[in-house]
Ligand binder design. Structure first.
Ligand SMILES: [Zn+2]
Length: 68
């Protein structure tokens, strides 16, 4: 059963980044709002997708806020 862990991976993609009036709480850099899309893949075949909006830091990549 252990080998299943190696066959499942998750990809996270950022789309449509737009500037937003927010700063990162970790590094103080400017943040952007982006349409995020995650896909969970099993043996390289995507079987689950999830998309949401999130405010992310462009410098350190921290997710400051996410909207379902
Ligand atoms: Zn940051």
């Amino acid at each position: 059963m252990v080998c299943i862990c190696f066959l499942v991976d998750q990809r996270r993609m950022k789309k449509n980044m737009k500037p937003v009036a927010a700063t990162c709480s970790r590094c103080g850099c400017s943040a952007k709002v982006a349409d995020m899309e995650t896909s969970t893949r099993f043996c390289k075949i995507p079987f689950y997708w999830n998309s949401y909006k999130a405010i992310i830091c462009t410098y350190c990549g921290a997710t400051l806020k996410s909207y379902p």
